[in-house]
Design a protein around this ligand. Structure first.
Ligand SMILES: Cc1ncc(COP(=O)(O)O)c(C=O)c1O
Length: 445
């Protein structure tokens, strides 16, 4: 591919002529695992009261044990989603009304909902432009006497600055929780993301590296936090007396229990997690290598001492260097058959519940307990990523071989090589539009 061919947007042939093959999320091993559970007749063995079945059935326990061994942690508590894992984590560390929890605004919304469930106040802190994860400097500036925790997200598969955040948390005697939904097997200085904080939460939903349809896993090395997580997962209110638990804080229990079916699928997927992750890493690195050095484009950077596992491959565009807008670049790339999104999520502080200060009940709780304002948040890096810089591609969604990675790279290179034609076309269109607008107003042009 020379890159000189006419852009598909202008009638040329697209680089990718067929849609990419979707990732085959499950196969024969999962089918066998599920069949064994169905044949056993036990789809869940949890009881919401004290006794051996408080801990769940054989598959759930085996899955948790295997997770502990794989990630080198003392406790793994399975849950029925990453979201419920985050909620349980906030409950376990005793977040209460008015407590501030530092979160990034560029993440899936569940991260910021988790403190709210206990009346906690999410405090949005800006991200680092290279990794899209919390900036430690910004975290330090946001600390107040009401800060109880940092909820860091290992976004797109890259670890947040975990060691540094852990130091801040220890200095200020607050908790560090990791939302590790997107980064299984990512590492920072040899430590697995998700295992540095007091609690780490993994998501096992359908889109993730390893999945159980829906599901999640909380990990911790703290025995007390593990028990609290288990009680919140499974009707803790019934357990406190037989267990002799005296601190009742946040032990209103939920049903966050995982089924035996999900655990069986998870066990099988966990056995192959290394391959699942390595495949996405190979795709991410291949894309990066293919576009490195193209002016105006910055592929994901990997912080020294880290492993990135590429749940998302995020490409940054500098519109002023490229001479075209992200929107124009994206339209041309889409026409070449490259599936991607413009940006990631809307900065979370823009959600109506923050802007209108209505979350729990209709009367402003818990925002009426705080002076934190969401109409005045300025996270300039997040805004820039959202408004002009970021394009995202999801390696987890596709079954890619070397030929398809080459085609994806060729599509980017083709649009990049023809960015001047793209800019000229956009300028001509805009001149035409102006001309038409003047004519419609009856003005002489
Ligand atoms: C960063 C992040 N946090 C939390 C979640 C929630 O996980 P789940 O969908 O398993 O509830 C997700 C899911 O996409 C996520 O990406």
């Amino acid at each position: 591919m020379s890159g000189k061919e006419t852009l598909a947007l202008f009638g040329g042939s697209p680089v990718l002529r067929a849609p990419l093959r979707l990732y085959p999320a499950v196969g024969k091993p999962e089918l066998k695992a599920v069949m064994r559970v169905v044949e056993s007749g036990c789809l869940s063995a949890f009881y919401g009261s004290w006794g051996d079945q408080f801990w769940g059935g054989p598959m759930v326990r085996a899955f948790e044990q295997a997770w502990c061994e794989r990630f080198g942690v003392r406790h793994a508590v399975s849950v029925n989603s990453g979201t419920s894992g985050l909620f349980a984590a906030m409950g376990a560390i005793s977040i209460g009304p008015g407590d501030e929890v530092i979160v990034p605004p560029y993440t899936m919304s569940a991260t910021a909902m988790a403190p709210l469930v206990y009346g906690g106040i999410p405090v949005f802190v800006d991200i680092d432009p290279d990794t899209f994860c919390l900036s430690p400097q910004a975290v330090r500036r946001a600390l107040t006497p009401r800060t109880k925790a940092i909820l860091a997200v290992n976004l797109f598969g890259h670890p947040a600055p975990l060691a540094e955040l852990k130091t801040i948390a220890e200095q200020h005697r607050i908790r560090l929780v990791e939302d590790n939904a997107q980064a299984p097997l990512a590492t920072e200085h040899g430590r697995y993301a998700g295992t540095v904080g007091d609690i780490g939460v993994f998501s096992l939903n359908y889109h993730k590296h390893v999945h159980t349809g829906e599901g999640g896993m909380c990990v911790t090395n703290d025995d007390e936090l593990a028990l609290r997580l288990q009680m919140i997962r499974n009707h803790g209110e019934n357990i406190v007396e037989p267990k002799g638990v005296t601190d009742l804080t946040n032990l209103v229990g939920f049903n966050y229990r995982m089924t035996e079916l999900s655990a069986a699928v998870g066990l099988d997927q966990l056995a192959r997690i290394g391959d699942h992750v390595a495949r996405r890493e190979w795709v991410g690195e291949g894309l990066t290598k293919g576009v490195l050095g193209l002016e105006g484009l910055t592929p994901p950077r990997v912080r020294s001492g880290c492993r990135h596992v590429y749940y998302v491959w995020g490409l940054r565009l500098d519109e002023s260097v490229l001479g075209v807008t992200r929107q124009q670049f994206s339209r041309a790339l889409a026409a070449e058959g490259f599936p991607h999104s413009v940006g990631y999520v809307r900065p979370l502080y823009r959600l109506p519940l923050f802007q209108r200060r209505v979350a729990i009940g209709a009367h402003g709780y818990p925002f009426n307990l705080t002076s934190v304002r969401y109409d005045q948040v300025t996270c300039s890096v997040t805004e820039r990523m959202h408004e002009t810089e970021l394009l995202t591609f999801e390696p987890c969604a596709y079954d890619l071989d070397a030929a398809s990675v080459d085609l994806l790279v060729a599509a980017i290179r083709k649009v990049h090589a023809q960015r001047r034609a793209l800019a000229a076309h956009a300028a001509a269109r805009s001149a035409n539009d102006n001309h038409a607008a003047h004519l419609a107003k009856g003005q002489v042009v």
